[in-house]
Design a binder for this molecule. Structure first.
Ligand code: D5M
Ligand code: FE
Ligand code: ZN
Length: 493
């Protein structure tokens, strides 16, 4: 076992000190790859990896960790990964560093796949003279169709760029390539030609396909809503009040009441209020024109909900924080009344929380992302556009999980580059991926991940009428965390 670990590093030109190889798990390819990555990054010229270097890498890593908040209640919510705002002035180099960081995070996932473990740098491939089988990892920097209807991709890594040819006769492969988006990071197996690679297989970082769904012992429910849009003249207050009455167990038949009282976690995935000045002439569509009053009203509504429901709220593009992602938590000044509620947890967009952990149960990991990037993929990716488009946000969610990124294409969302991290990379595979934004409820199961896109509490806006969107308001998805069955409740007319 130990010698395998030593060999792993030797193949990469690094001598592993025996004192260290003892402590490494040679079975865990991801861990070994991580260590290799970190070592290459921190130590540019050393060829020996020993215990003291390992420790210094390890200590550096610990500083990056966010110390989780502690929730000792029976229904705990712990923020496991949350964006901490960096106030430093942005420089051009931040973008480069940011993309490098993303490349490292995602190529690590790819490298641990069977078939890509021997991937080599593009620089090395460009130097090959003979026809040879190779694998490589790179981001897609261009995508074109030739006169003969084959596809040419340009893949780039940190060492160079190379053309990859995908011939039209390789049907499933060509289809996958056709739906690639620019800047996403993929793996390729193929054979070398003259400064090109002829592709045989294409790999996405993706999520594992064979995971069993995590379940807890107690019959409790997680509920999802999004896009409340308080303050809009089209806010469906009566429907929302019906929902509140239901969750409090005061309306519905006995089975519905019974289920309602078992809801312990409520997620509100952005666009809590309609905001002010979000688009020109929005004023005409507001009945609360003051942003503070919009949040007061939102607070008043959610304060009516039973206090034993944990309510997790994140901002969306209509909320009063910067629109560039990651969006920080809502400003204290705006949500003063909301923060006084003991059961409300305000998180960033995106964010990663763990719910319902207890001794002996690791809890459920939940990824929240409002979904501002979804419009881009609905408009630009054939497999989504031609299969329902705006009516199928679940397809976007699946697509983004495959890329392990919430906005892989540069320009698909507004973002602030953090040189030390890429917060939109899906580093850990969640149990639930929750979103909103397109005002259309949708659910799908992809690997172990349950994707849920919330509905909305706003009727069709003139803009949506004009572009032909069909919002479906006043729905709530309810997940039974014991069985993982999902129900959709309708509080509309
Ligand atoms: O977004 C609600 C829905 O409307 C969502 O699908 C995006 C779409 N929308 C809203 N404004 C625009 C513009 N200006 N261009 C394209 N699509 C848009 P919400 O975030 O609630 O406004
Ligand atoms: Fe919205
Ligand atoms: Zn939105």
């Amino acid at each position: 076992m130990k010698s395998e670990t030593v060999h792993f590093f030797l193949k990469k030109g690094i001598l592993l000190n025996p004192d260290l190889s003892e402590n490494l798990d040679s079975e865990n390819m991801e861990e070994l790859n991580n260590l290799f990555e970190d070592f290459s990054k921190y130590s540019t010229n050393s060829l020996i990896l020993n215990n003291s270097i390992y420790k210094s890498l390890y200590l550096e890593k610990e500083e990056d960790l966010i110390i989780p908040n502690i929730d000792n209640s029976d229904y705990p919510v712990v923020i496991t990964k949350e964006y901490a705002e960096v106030t430093k002035k942005k420089e051009v180099s931040d973008f480069t560093q940011h993309y490098k960081k993303r490349f490292n995070l995602i190529s690590k996932i790819l490298q641990s796949k069977r078939g890509l473990e021997n991937s080599i740098s593009i620089h090395k491939i460009l130097n090959k003279r003979q026809r040879e089988s190779v694998s490589l990892i790179g981001y897609v920097s261009s995508k074109n169709i030739t006169k003969n209807k084959n596809m040419i991709l340009t893949l780039e890594d940190l060492t160079g760029s190379i053309k990859v040819i995908i011939t039209k006769d390789k049907i499933p492969l060509f289809e996958d390539a056709n739906n690639l988006c620019l800047d996403e990071i993929i793996g390729i197996n193929g054979s070398t030609g003259n400064k090109v690679v002829f592709a045989d297989d294409l790999y996405f970082p993706d999520v594992p396909k064979n995971d069993v769904l995590k379940k807890c012992d107690e019959e409790i429910y997680l509920a999802v809503i999004s896009d409340v849009h308080v303050g809009s003249t089209m806010f469906l207050e009566n429907d929302f009040l019906k929902f509140i009455k239901w969750i409090n167990g005061t309306v519905g038949n006995s089975e519905q009441k019974n289920v309602a009282l078992k809801v312990k976690y409520l997620f509100v995935v952005g666009d809590l209020v309609d905001g002010v000045g979000i688009y020109p002439n929005q004023d005409d569509e507001l009945n609360i024109k003051d942003i503070f009053k919009q949040y007061d009203k939102f607070g008043e509504l959610i304060s009516m909900i039973r206090k034993d429901v944990k309510i997790i709220i994140c901002p969306g593009n209509h909320d009063a924080v910067r629109i560039a992602e990651p969006q920080p938590i809502l400003d204290k000044d705006y949500i003063k009344t909301i923060l006084k509620l003991p059961n409300v947890i305000s998180v960033t967009n995106p964010s990663f929380v763990n719910i319902h952990a207890s001794e002996g149960f690791e809890g459920f990991d939940v990824l929240l992302y409002h979904g501002y990037s979804f419009d881009y993929y609905i408009n630009n990716v054939g497999i989504i556009r031609n299969n329902g488009g705006y009516d199928r946000p679940d397809l976007v969610m699946k697509y983004l999980l495959q890329k392990r990124h919430l906005a892989p294409s540069h320009g698909s969302t507004l973002f602030i580059p953090d040189p030390d991290d890429d917060f939109l990379t899906i580093t850990k595979v969640p149990d639930f991926f929750l979103a909103g934004h397109v005002h259309k409820p949708a659910i799908n199961q992809y690997g172990k991940v349950t994707n849920i896109c919330g509905s909305c509490w706003q009727s069709k806006t003139p803009f949506q009428e004009k572009v032909g969107h069909k919002p479906e308001p006043s729905k709530v998805q309810l997940v039974n965390l014991k069985t993982r069955e999902i129900k959709v409740m309708n509080f509309g007319e």
